[in-house]
Design a protein around this ligand. Structure first.
Ligand SMILES: C[S@@+](CC[C@H](N)C(=O)[O-])C[C@H]1O[C@@H](n2cnc3c(N)ncnc32)[C@H](O)[C@@H]1O
Length: 421
């Protein structure tokens, strides 16, 4: 049972553990100020410290909710998320962080001149964002940076992440409830929240027509793959790629080939065919390190069509099937059947929804948020291990489930099936 005092004790205890590590290692203290580290300086591989950090985060969230009381908590949850996004969205869209010099100050009028946003609006947006520690107003009318606004000023993947989230995911999520009210049993991407928000287009059609948005998406998602929970090393180090020897792997929906490349570096006898929609495959081929040209080939291929590579030993889907409703996953697996021979494997490297209460609530929230995000964007979902196994059986009972394992620290599981006649 949690109470204000036991949560406060947890917060105090876990804060001390983290502070002790930071002080003993002479690391900079976490702070909102400009110059503070952009990430909490705790090593990602130190599981004990990371567990402390999770306990602290959970307890801090829970104590805020208890201090509000259930009704106020619900009220503020709904209200704050939308309002915080207005200021954050505008700051990102109009480049307000870039208009303030790092280490200096800018007046509201100067920011208005640089960004073209009227001064009264700049004032309202910045004063709102300052409450969540993005900018400071050290004296009336003058703006300086905090650690968060400085990160926006420096640009890079965090800005791409905000850009993608606020420009595309936000509108899709606002339309999600309308989508499932209008199309309650739909398994079509064209009836998802995203399509309702973007003139009936699927996200893939939209990105194909808007290359500048595709670039932002690519950068934001690439960064997600580098995050600890999705990093490619989990797949490289937790499957016996070297033991496969001299085999051929087809990487379906492999984008620009960064996953195949990482595996190719670790297993020098494997060859790869990276398949994606023609434009993406062509870009991947152009970008490929010439040293790998003899081992990694790119091929334009639509998942909707029959698999053209018939002599591979492994067909791999990595962060691809979660974008598709069940009926399409079954279709994609059926499209592989003409290429199957006894012993050929299909690997799926995707998230698996846990049984409630079996994983840390922070990870649980991340997975369940991804599940809702998949619903809003694609009318698809995150699946349990049993649901994955069921889709293989539905596609063809000759797919035999071998194993499902979750590498330590990874949110993506490695699910293996083998073809048996
Ligand atoms: C979320 S990305 C995953 C990329 C990569 N596998 C990874 O793990 O980073 C999904 C990929 O599926 C591709 N894709 C979407 N629809 C497709 C289709 N109909 N046929 C082939 N690829 C498709 C997209 O272009 C994109 O590269």
């Amino acid at each position: 049972m949690t109470s204000l005092t036991s949560l406060a004790a947890t917060i105090s205890q876990e804060s001390w553990k983290l502070t002790d590590y930071i002080v003993r290692n002479n690391l900079p203290s976490p702070s909102f100020d400009l110059g503070a580290p952009a990430e909490l300086p705790i090593p990602v591989e130190d599981q004990e410290l990371q567990a402390s950090r999770l306990k602290l985060l959970r307890a801090a969230q829970d104590i805020a909710a208890l201090a509000l009381g259930p009704v106020e908590d619900l009220r503020w949850k709904a209200w704050n998320q939308y309002n915080d996004n207005i200021s954050l969205h505008a700051i990102m869209r109009f480049g307000i962080a870039e208009a303030v010099p790092l280490g200096g100050e800018a007046t509201f009028a100067e920011i208005a001149t640089k960004t073209g946003v009227p001064e009264p609006l700049v004032t309202r947006l910045v004063r709102h964002a300052a409450i969540y520690h993005c900018f400071r107003e050290p004296r009336p009318g003058h703006v300086s940076h905090t650690a968060a606004s400085a990160a926006l000023n420096r640009g890079g993947s965090v800005v791409d992440w905000l850009d993608m989230t606020l420009e595309e995911w936000g509108p899709a999520s606002v339309k999600a409830v309308e989508a499932f009210r209008r199309f309650p049993k739909s398994q079509e991407q064209t009836e998802a929240g995203f399509a309702l928000a973007f003139e009936g287009q699927t996200i893939f059609e939209f990105l194909a027509k808007n290359p500048e948005r595709a670039k932002v998406f690519g950068s934001a998602m690439g960064n997600f793959s580098k995050g600890t929970s999705h990093k490619v090393e989990h797949l490289v180090e937790n499957y016996d790629w070297i033991g496969l020897g001299n085999k051929k792997v087809v990487d379906l929906g492999g984008s620009h080939g960064h996953i195949s490349l990482a595996i190719a570096k670790a297993a020098p006898n494997l060859k790869f065919v990276v398949q994606d929609l023609p434009g993406t495959a062509a870009d991947g081929e152009r970008m490929l390190d010439p040293a790998f040209k003899s081992r990694i080939e790119f091929q334009g291929h639509n998942l909707m069509d029959e698999q053209p590579v018939k002599d591979a030993d492994i067909y791999m889907f990595r962060s691809v099937l979660l974008n598709w409703p069940d009926k399409y996953v079954v279709k994609f697996l059926k499209n592989l059947v003409p290429a199957m021979r006894p012993g050929v494997k299909v690997l799926v490297n995707e998230g698996c929804l846990p049984e409630p209460g079996t994983v840390d609530s922070w990870d649980d929230k991340l997975l369940r948020s991804l599940d809702l995000c998949m619903m809003a964007m694609f009318n698809s979902k995150e699946r349990t291990v049993e649901e994955w196994a069921g889709l293989f059986t539905e596609a063809d009972p000759r797919y035999k489930f071998v194993s499902a394992k979750k590498p330590e620290g990874s949110l993506l599981w490695i699910i293996e099936t083998v073809w048996q006649e």
